[in-house]
Ligand binder design. Structure first.
Ligand code: 5GP
Ligand code: ZN
Length: 109
């Protein structure tokens, strides 16, 4: 938990969000400023800054994040395809420094 991190606060319910998935170590919620009809963020509850910080110990966590995104894509009927994206650092366009996978779909991207 990082007290200055909005996604840590969402993960611990100190800030509200529209959650679509939650388990012991991962949650998913709707993006506040959607860039597509379906725009969901999949995040670890643990404060990991970005995918660049992942280590071998996180292989299962990172794999599960992708499978959860896949499961949510099915739940939202993104049958024509979708995008899983993660931005890393300032040059990668990352604004919130807590690892998140964007799940985008529902239109031709
Ligand atoms: P980034 O640019 O870091 O890859 O993406 C951050 C995403 O988080 C953006 O799409 C932005 O709309 C979303 N976001 C920022 N603050 C909040 C918030 O408080 N609640 C929710 N649900 N999404 C947020
Ligand atoms: Zn955090």
């Amino acid at each position: 938990m990082n007290n200055d991190c909005i996604f840590c606060k969402i993960a611990t319910n100190q800030l509200p969000s529209e959650k679509v998935y939650s388990d012991e170590e991962i949650i998913a919620f709707k993006d506040i400023n959607p860039q597509a009809p379906v725009h969901i963020l999949v995040i670890p509850k643990r404060h990991i800054i970005s995918a660049d910080e992942l280590t071998k110990d996180d292989i299962e966590l990172a794999g599960r994040m992708i499978l959860i995104a896949q499961q949510i894509a099915r739940q939202f009927h993104l049958d024509g395809g979708y995008r899983i994206q993660t931005n890393i650092g300032a040059d990668g366009g990352q604004v919130v420094p807590h690892l998140h996978f964007h799940l985008l779909g529902g239109k031709k991207l």
